[in-house]
Design a protein around this ligand. Sequence first.
Ligand SMILES: [Zn+2]
Length: 85
Amino acid sequence: MLKRNPLCHYCEQVGRVTPANTVDHATPPDRGGDFFGWDNLRSACKNCNFSKQDKTEDEFLAKGCGADGIPLAPGHPWNMEAASG
Ligand SMILES: [Zn+2]
């Protein structure tokens, strides 16, 4: 999976390029996601995988944005980047 898609899928959504070092399930298996389905797998960096936890991909990425377009969720990759400088 990481060979196929070596960059973090979630960071890409906010315009960042981060090497992926984990593989995440877009929809967690315990919430009905397909454990082995390629369509359900996403390359992810450790930060994103940890923050996403048992959220689905949509829940993780679509928490809403402020007027400036910056996502409101504190755990969103965009805000993690801002927080770490
Ligand atoms: Zn990431």
